[in-house]
Ligand binder design. Structure first.
Ligand code: BES
Ligand code: ZN
Ligand code: ZN
Length: 498
């Protein structure tokens, strides 16, 4: 898709008209350049009540003598937000058919630049399909590049252009996250992720990627990463992204769970839907996608990303339930269930994060089925050791319409996870209740203090469980299916504006 801003009155190709509920005819200031027949056709439909402009609806008028039209519903006038505009843009894009051609002009009715840009953002976000593994089809509607012109006034053009440019960059990050998540697990394994990150970094002068391979991880004492990944022929690794690394001072550090496939290991998962465990690297894809969004939008601050990559397989040399390991932090972990592996790789990633002088640490993980039980596919679980920081993330999520719901980090859960008979911690709760909370409480044991000072204060940290939101979110209308790329936009907002 190519999105441009245009100040002339011409309607190129199919006209897209976002409309507020209750509009009975095209307002005068929106008529510029509209052929008489088109105007009549639209006014007939609106006046006759044939298109109510309910939120996220569209009506396609094709075959008219002056060209095709897509009417796009925004919902009720007084309550329309940027989110409604974004959803309307996505709904329009989802309903584009071959007959609409490849050229489009969007004409807004007194929308305001922020709303116009949000509509464009919705179109860009929805412009995604993953068909790398499908035979090319000559008839494929999605093959040709669409040209979308956003009509606006001269006064609006500058601001609209820069917002569209920003959203284009962020959408690239979201789509990268989705590409990584959708990739089948035979082709997406720890070293492949690392290779892609390495190749990706070459296009930016201000980004560096370094890889801690299996041997180095062993040597460094990354016992959690090694315990999870050693049973696979695809060995684990840690990938570190550094943006603007020469800038002095504290910076955000993002940590991602990157299990490229989670069989459960020796604590093998049941067969049903196990294929979905290819998405268990969604947290690492969120980190990588956020780095892309920041790089694309020219972020000037320092940011670090750490992804903990491993494939969790059952094997003769796999970790057993009952094994006790020691990771980077020096704390020992009794592994009671090898399917609770995300927290093991993250324990090393979180501890490693302390080396980068974090302003704060945020981790992303498809961590627990229990989080999906609690929140369904509608919200990410959000925990933090700092109430103010938790609110900031919640607000950043709301600002971009990605819901992150506050969950409790209670001392009782910490007690449960440090109550091993033989080790400092255990990777499984005492019972099955509150499984998302016990997982968060376990992670907290591995968040370092500032400067690793054992009497110091713990680094500000938040944990985001995206098990329910990284895929399978049917009500997310920025996404048709597969990986959602959730929270790239939240993090971009938090880091650049939050
Ligand atoms: N990757 C899974 C979590 C998961 C399950 C995400 C279903 C999305 C959908 C994770 O590694 C896992 O298996 N967690 C276990 C933890 C349990 C053994 C304490 C779970 O949630 O059952
Ligand atoms: Zn698991
Ligand atoms: Zn997992």
């Amino acid at each position: 898709m190519e999105m441009t801003v245009s100040v002339n009155d011409n309607i190129n190709g199919t006209l897209i008209l976002p409309i507020v509920e209750g509009t009975e005819s095209i307002p005068e200031d929106c008529e510029r350049g509209l052929p008489q027949s088109m105007k009549a056709q639209i006014n007939k439909v609106l006046g006759g009540g044939d298109f109510k402009a309910k939120a996220k609806t569209t009506l396609s008028l094709v075959g008219g003598e002056d060209g095709n039209i897509i009417l796009s519903g925004l919902g009720k006038g007084d309550a329309i937000t940027v989110h409604d505009y974004r959803k309307a843009g996505a709904a329009v894009f989802a309903n584009i058919k071959k007959i609409h051609g490849n050229d489009f002009t969007v004409r807004f009715m007194d929308a305001g630049v922020a709303h116009m840009a949000a509509f464009a953002e919705g179109m860009m976000l929805r412009d995604y399909s993953y068909d790398n593994y499908k035979m090319k089809d000559d008839d494929n509607e999605e093959d040709s590049t669409k040209q979308i012109r956003l009509a606006c006034s001269e006064k609006e053009a500058g601001e609209l252009t820069s917002l569209v440019e920003k959203y284009r960059g962020i959408a690239k990050g979201v789509h990268l996250s989705r590409d990584l998540g959708n990739c089948p697990p035979n082709d997406m394994y720890p070293e492949e992720f690392a290779d892609r990150a390495w190749e990706w970094a070459k296009q930016y002068d201000n980004v560096e990627v370094s890889i801690i391979n299996y041997d180095q991880a062993l040597k460094a004492g990354m016992g959690g990463l090694v315990a999870v990944g050693k049973g696979s022929s695809r060995k684990p690794c840690m990938v570190i992204f550094e943006m603007n690394k020469d800038i002095k001072g504290k910076c955000p550090v993002l940590v991602g769970k990157g299990i490229t496939f989670d069989t459960g290991g020796i604590s093998l998962k049941p067969g049903a839907n196990m294929d979905e465990m290819k998405y268990d690297m969604g947290g690492s894809a969120t980190v990588f996608g956020t780095m892309e969004a920041l790089a694309q939008t020219g972020h000037k601050g320092k940011v670090v990303g750490i992804t903990c990559m491993a494939e969790n397989m059952p094997a003769a040399n796999a970790t057993r339930p009952g094994d006790v390991i020691k990771g980077l932090s020096g704390k020992t972990i009794e592994i009671l269930n090898t399917d609770a592996e995300g927290r093991l790789v993250l324990s090393d990633g979180l501890w490693k994060a302390g080396e980068f002088n974090p302003e704060y640490i945020v981790d992303f993980a498809t961590l627990t089925g229990a989080c999906v039980v609690a929140l369904g596919h509608e919200a990410t679980g959000l925990w933090s050791n700092n109430d103010g920081f938790r609110s900031r993330i919640h607000d950043a999520g709301n600002a971009v319409d990605e819901l992150a719901w506050p969950m409790p980090l209670l001392p009782a859960f910490e007690k449960e996870m440090t109550d091993s008979k033989i080790a400092d911690t255990r990777n499984l709760g005492a019972g099955r209740w509150g499984g998302a909370n016990t997982a968060a409480a376990f992670l907290k044991q591995f968040v370092p203090n500032v400067d690793y000072d054992k009497d110091g204060e713990q680094i500000t940290w938040a944990h985001m469980d995206i098990a329910g939101t990284y895929w399978g979110a049917k009500t997310n209308n920025m996404v048709k299916n597969g990986a959602t790329g959730v929270h790239v936009r939240t993090m971009h907002h938090l880091i650049t504006q939050g």
